[in-house]
Write a protein that binds this ligand. Structure first.
Ligand SMILES: [Zn+2]
Length: 238
């Protein structure tokens, strides 16, 4: 029987990476990702408060605690790589009393989701395959649609997965660019470890003034927003 699945969205960005090997991991023809960084240095702008975090380029990182918990339940579809950590100038400015990496931040790994599945594309138009990396290239959308996506005015799309392309991985990406997909047991683990917790928005007036569209979304959810990650909808289709 197929497990329930979800998208994993809203990964908090905590800094940037440097000293990456190789220099770039993007296909030179289509700009889609074709490799993973090895032993990079994550420079923290802020203290990670969640067990899955990202950098400004979208590389994911996982705490040692959550990595251990994933291994304990025998989760599949990912691997972890050691990284080094340091603190940015912004971090030191915000924390004048700190002169070295706090011990509890020192245990993070690069989190590489290796599972790959396919399914009908839902938010971009599937184009031809790239002649270099063979991944399908998203076709440019019309400008109005692009702008409304950018402004968050469109409904979130349910990601669709063809079960014939799935080999039992708990974590995977689809051929369509977008968030990772996780099985329900990973979602449960994230819930149990506080990584799906929410918080009440305090400064509603400011949000209404600065980001009216986002305020509408928040008012529908009772002015509650996710502190770490958020689950979105994904479904199996044949
Ligand atoms: Zn390519």
């Amino acid at each position: 029987m197929l497990p329930k699945i979800h998208t994993l969205e809203r990964i908090p960005v905590v800094g940037f990476s440097r000293h990456t090997v190789p220099d770039s991991i993007l296909c030179e023809y289509c700009n889609r990702k074709i490799a993973d960084y090895q032993r990079l240095e994550l420079v923290l702008d802020s203290q990670p408060e969640c067990d899955i975090v990202g950098d400004s380029e979208g590389t994911l990182f996982i705490s040692g605690t959550l990595a251990t918990a994933l291994a304990r339940i025998g989760a599949t579809g990912y691997r972890i790589l050691p990284i080094s950590l340091s603190l940015s100038d912004d971090y030191y400015r915000a924390h004048p009393n700190i002169s070295a990496l706090p011990a509890r931040t020192s245990d993070f790994y690069e989190f590489i989701i290796t599972g790959r599945c396919d399914g009908p594309w839902v938010s971009s138009i599937r184009g031809e395959s790239c002649p270099i990396c063979h991944q399908p290239i998203p076709q440019p959308q019309d400008f109005d649609r692009f702008m409304s996506e950018l402004l968050g005015e469109t409904q979130e799309h349910t990601r669709l997965v063809d079960p014939a392309t799935w080999h039992g991985e708990d974590l995977f990406y689809l051929s369509e660019p977008g968030p990772a997909i996780i099985t329900d047991r990973i979602a449960s683990l994230l819930g149990e470890t506080g990584n799906l917790r929410t918080e009440q928005i305090m400064n509603r007036n400011l949000v209404e003034h600065m980001m009216p569209k986002y305020a509408e979304i928040l008012s529908r959810s009772g002015w509650v927003q996710e502190r770490c990650s958020k689950l979105g909808s994904a479904e199996w289709v044949s």
